[in-house]
Design a protein around this ligand. Structure first.
Ligand SMILES: *Cc1c(COP(=O)(O)O)cnc(C)c1O
Length: 231
């Protein structure tokens, strides 16, 4: 585990340097969905600080068992509005806000808990029907509206393009997300920070870093293949 994490950290640094970026701007989110709490602890022992989860019940159980004093939990999966009460305040960052309805519900739940919930807006840059995310066209309007919610802080954007055998296939979508980010940042919505770009997974995080990723979400390369039948 330690070797795998160190190898990925090294690849992150090398990709950043190749792109003329400061490697410190890029954080590794270890995606632990479907993996047991024991593996999360093993990764913590290896120095890993941020964990990403996709399924709310599973995430809540792990957070309860492991706590969040020395690490950050991020929610990266599809979130139903009615599950917002479990998510608001439990995660350092929710990457997957893709509708005003969901944002309003998170805002309401965060208000009840007296917290401001940091979020990213998920954009479906590759336009596939099967993928979550607002369209590239609607992203600006969504950020404008979400920015008015008092208990949400918009920190940037997230995307998850289709799977490509060749990571270069994902590059145009990563680039697209960066361009949307730049466009929104230029509009200067009050309270909106467009600092984070969450993009890149096990197979393509280096390309994502070359295109500006600040958060890479890596599961398989750290924890091994997932067995979905065990869920
Ligand atoms: C599962 C998942 C990942 C990690 O994918 P790997 O290919 O295992 O690295 C990243 N992001 C999201 C949104 C995921 O659901």
């Amino acid at each position: 585990m330690k070797d795998r994490i160190q190898r990925i950290e090294k690849q992150i640094r090398e990709a950043a340097e190749k792109a003329g970026r400061n490697p410190d701007e890029i954080r590794l989110v270890a995606v632990s969905k479907i993996k047991p709490a024991e593996m999360v602890k093993e990764a913590m022992d290896a120095g890993q600080k941020i964990f990403g989860e996709n399924y709310i019940q599973e995430a809540v159980a792990k957070i309860e068992e492991i706590g969040s004093t020395s690490i950050e939990w991020h929610f990266i999966g599809h979130l139903q509005s009615k599950k917002s009460k479990y998510a608001a305040g439990a995660f350092a960052l929710i990457h997957s806000v893709d509708s005003l309805k969901l944002a309003r519900e998170i805002d309401k739940q965060a208000a009840k808990k007296g917290v401001v919930q940091p979020i990213l807006i998920q954009v479906n840059t590759s336009g596939e029907k099967s993928k979550s995310g607002t369209t590239a066209e609607d992203a600006v309007e969504l950020v404008r509206e979400v920015a008015t919610l008092e208990h949400i802080a918009v920190k940037g954007l997230m995307t998850m393009p289709a799977f490509f055998d060749d990571p270069e296939g994902a590059r145009p979508y990563f680039r697209e997300l960066r361009l949307i980010r730049d466009r929104i940042a230029a509009l200067g919505f009050p309270g909106v920070e467009m600092k984070e770009l969450s993009m890149g997974m096990s197979g393509d995080f280096e390309v994502a870093i070359e295109e500006g990723a600040t958060l890479v979400r890596v599961g398989t390369a750290i924890f091994g293949a997932r067995d979905y039948s065990a869920r």
